[in-house]
Design a protein around this ligand. Structure first.
Ligand SMILES: Nc1ncnc2c1ncn2[C@@H]1O[C@H](COP(=O)(O)OP(=O)(O)OP(=O)(O)O)[C@@H](O)[C@H]1O
Ligand SMILES: [Mg+2]
Length: 261
């Protein structure tokens, strides 16, 4: 006998038990693939978030960010865009070759793109709501984005008011582009430090790069590259200092061990 349709249509979820449970949003983590780093942040950055990569000159910000793009492309097939306001394509790509990261090859495979904006082109970028950046992200289906650097971008604007306005507009665009982004910020002076702090308020995470001065067994002074995760929304991240080692294959992170530990 055919089953008759119920005269009382079921509306919503009939089980009160299930109704009371809030559906949990599954947050995908985007790993960097940098040895020793992802475990510090529960497996990676939350998808589509922005993280500030801040630090003084030569602390390893660009290397970290390019390793994030390279590993994303090679290990997870995720295309990435490197948006530069200071360093030309050949300069950055050739430095990457030192670590065995061939971005020229990745470009040919549609897994990477380099965009270089000069001072006079930045207003156009804002007026067009992202212009070439937006189109490139769409064209290669970029999932990862690096901005190098937001400081260089900010310095392209004459006065404080224009800088703030341009920064806010930039962040609005960034959110719309929908990538998992690393935003590099230089720490040059007290003034720029304060500004990096302002930017950190806008981002979901902050990683601070620095170097510690150490003395070896025979009293020679050396510098140890380090990073620290200062903030990462929604993430139980490691709070201590992390030593960074430059190897032939890129960076390796290790929790710093203090004397007596
Ligand atoms: N192949 C390498 N082997 C060892 N150390 C390296 C190598 N390449 C770079 N470094 C170290 O990394 C530093 C530069 O790293 P990187 O360019 O990532 O820093 P940065 O923070 O982006 O600097 P900037 O603010 O000047 O752009 C160098 O000063 C050097 O100490
Ligand atoms: Mg750099």
């Amino acid at each position: 006998m055919p089953e008759l349709a119920s005269p009382f249509p079921v509306v919503g979820n009939p089980s009160p038990l299930v109704m009371s449970e809030k559906p949990k949003k599954v947050i995908r983590r985007v790993p960097t693939g940098i040895p020793g780093f992802d475990d510090l942040v529960q497996g990676g950055f939350e998808e589509k978030t922005n993280t500030l990569v801040a630090g003084y000159a030569g602390t390893g910000k660009t290397t970290f960010s390019m390793q994030f793009l390279y590993n994303g492309a090679v290990q997870w097939n995720e295309p990435g865009v490197y948006l530069s306001f200071a360093e030309s394509k050949d300069s950055i790509y050739n430095h990457c070759l030192n670590f065995g990261w061939d971005f020229y090859a990745l470009e040919k495979q549609g897994l990477a793109r380099h965009l270089f904006y000069k001072a006079h082109q930045v207003n156009k970028l804002l007026e067009e709501g992202g212009g070439t950046v937006r189109d490139t992200i769409a064209e290669i289906g970029a999932k990862r984005l690096v901005i190098d650097s937001i400081t260089a971008y900010g310095l392209l604007f004459r006065d404080d008011y224009k800088q703030r306005e341009a920064l806010l507009l930039f962040f609005e665009m960034l959110v719309k582009w929908g990538c998992t982004s690393l935003i590099i910020a230089e720490q040059l002076s007290g003034i720029v430090d304060a500004r990096a702090g302002e930017i950190g308020f806008l981002t979901d995470g902050i990683i601070s790069f620095s170097y510690a001065q150490l003395e070896d067994d025979v009293g020679r002074k050396t510098r140890q590259h380090q990073l620290e995760v200062l903030k990462m929304r929604g993430t139980a991240h490691y709070n201590g200092m992390v030593d960074i080692q430059f190897t032939k294959q890129g960076l390796i992170c290790r929790k710093a061990v203090r004397d007596g530990e």
